[in-house]
Design a protein around this ligand. Structure first.
Ligand code: ZN
Length: 317
């Protein structure tokens, strides 16, 4: 041991994914000005990395049809990194032309989810990624890779770690420096996250790993904490816990950014984010969507925001 870790060793980076991952399953189109209001509130809270949108077919995902407009609105903000998901070279070119800072390619760790989600094989996806990599490099745009169903696939069940490592190595080979492991349908547990991280650290030590958990089965934050203990300092989350299917009762989506930030800050992992303002942004998200969101700290408030004792009735029992 070399003594206590310094504060900078424990600094956690948070990428906010609500405008993309959170909103994409919303059936009703969220007006562009509301998306802008949401993102402005997040930036005011200290968020400095935002997955803003995805450049997919507007017919397939009408919610993202204002992708270029959103990117143009936010382009060139100092100190903030805006990223967008791109499924193919055409999407990447549109994102780069609009002024995005980073493009995120995505493939699944499992073949059947890749075919369902992207309508092509993993091998075909990789061929497209090489083209995307060349356009991004030419334009000086950062290149990220996401692996969906990293900890389990709804069609195939457990994903062998070898498949995850294989996808990570393919990404590395085309020059990707940051890979996000996405728990698309909430199948991660600390029990499968830790061995996956061990294997990836050995196989691709030069690649930065980010984690993206869903709270579908209630263990999203436990998985995130396992990642923190393993040394991961790069996480994705969605304010208010937006995401998941709005038509399935209690099918919660991503871990809520404010719940994650609360856990980090209370556990000695600074995030640089103002939790009170983040809770305000969660309130904005709730007003925009017009329904209660699953985030918990947004309801309970800060831990030391104590109630006056005279506001609570004394129990008589
Ligand atoms: Zn997600």
């Amino acid at each position: 041991m070399t003594g206590p870790a310094s504060a900078s060793d424990r600094q956690v980076a948070v990428t906010e994914v609500s405008p993309r991952d959170g909103l994409q399953s919303e059936q009703a189109f969220v007006p562009t000005e509301d998306k802008i209001r949401l993102v402005e509130g997040l930036i005011a809270a200290g968020i400095c990395s935002v997955e803003l949108t995805s450049f997919v077919s507007p017919r397939a995902v009408p919610q993202m049809r204002d992708a270029a407009e959103l990117v143009r609105h936010f382009r060139g903000r100092p100190g903030i990194r805006f990223s967008a998901l791109v499924p193919n070279p055409r999407g990447a070119e549109a994102a780069i032309a609009a002024g995005i800072d980073a493009v995120v390619m995505f493939a699944s760790a499992s073949e059947s989810h890749n075919r369902k989600n992207l309508n092509r094989s993993r091998a075909d996806s990789m061929a497209g990624f090489q083209k995307i990599a060349r356009s991004a490099e030419g334009a000086g745009v950062a290149l990220h890779g996401a692996i969906a169903t990293a900890f389990g696939c709804p069609f195939e069940g457990d994903v062998p770690i070898g498949q995850l490592v294989d996808q990570a190595m393919r990404y590395r080979d085309i020059g990707i420096a940051r890979i996000t492991l996405g728990d698309t349908t909430g199948m991660a547990t600390p029990g499968n996250v830790l061995p996956a991280l061990d294997a990836l650290r050995k196989a691709v030590p030069e690649v930065a790993i980010a984690l993206h958990f869903h709270n579908t089965r209630g263990v999203g934050l436990a998985c995130a904490y396992a990642g923190l203990l393993h040394g991961i300092r790069d996480f994705e989350a969605s304010v208010g816990g937006i995401g998941g299917c709005p038509f399935v009762p209690r099918a919660t989506g991503n871990i809520a950014t404010e719940d994650f930030v609360y856990m980090c800050e209370e556990s000695g992992y600074p995030t640089g984010i103002d939790l009170a303002r983040l809770i305000e942004a969660a309130g904005t998200a709730e007003r925009i969507l017009g329904r209660e969101l699953p985030g918990q700290v947004m309801k309970a408030g800060l831990r030391l925001a104590l109630a006056g004792s005279d506001t609570v009735r004394t129990a008589t029992g």
